[in-house]
Design a protein around this ligand. Structure first.
Ligand code: FEO
Length: 169
């Protein structure tokens, strides 16, 4: 059985991961509207990763004999001023997710669920990687955001990102 407080914290994080998928899907729609297909592809891969993160926790709660309780997903933003503004929002969001995973880990620690702490370690490492990836795109965008040719080149680069289902835990 899973501790009740920890189960609630996992359910909140499952919701945050589904919200992340929703947010990146909304950004996908934005890039479709402004016809940046590579950026759109990047968001498509990102949203699939978020779905995998959510399902990893979803399955883990079940595996531990807990109850998954899905919650309403908040409405994401739908408009941004530029690709740069989108990636600034992505970095801010990922930093928030990192703090949420840390808080979830604190709860697992508090209730002395070492298995959950160990499971969540994968998510923390994933956050380090995600923040670094987003930070790299953001750095490039800051250098080139006024140059349409460079934006075009970056779009081509982001078109090459592919989704590889993560092995969680
Ligand atoms: Fe699942 Fe990007 O955090």
């Amino acid at each position: 059985m899973m501790n009740e407080k920890l189960e609630k914290a996992f359910n909140d994080q499952i919701n945050a991961e589904f919200y992340s998928e929703y947010l990146y899907l909304s950004m996908y729609a934005y890039f479709e509207r402004i016809n940046l297909q590579g950026f759109k592809n990047w968001m498509d891969v990102q949203r699939q990763e978020e779905r995998a993160h959510a399902m990893g926790m979803f399955n883990y709660v079940h595996e531990r004999g807990g109850k998954v309780k899905l919650q309403a997903i908040e409405q994401p933003d739908t408009e941004w001023d530029s690709p740069l503004a989108v990636f600034e929002a992505v970095l801010k969001h990922e930093q928030l997710v990192t703090s949420k995973i840390n808080a979830l880990m604190d709860v697992a620690d508090e209730v002395k669920d070492r298995a959950a702490v160990s499971f969540l370690d994968w998510y923390l490492k994933e956050q380090v990687e995600e923040e670094a990836n987003v930070g790299n795109v953001l750095k490039t965008l800051k250098m080139i955001c006024n140059d349409a040719n460079c934006l075009y080149m970056l779009d081509k680069e982001l078109a090459t990102r592919t989704f590889v289902a993560p092995v969680i835990g």
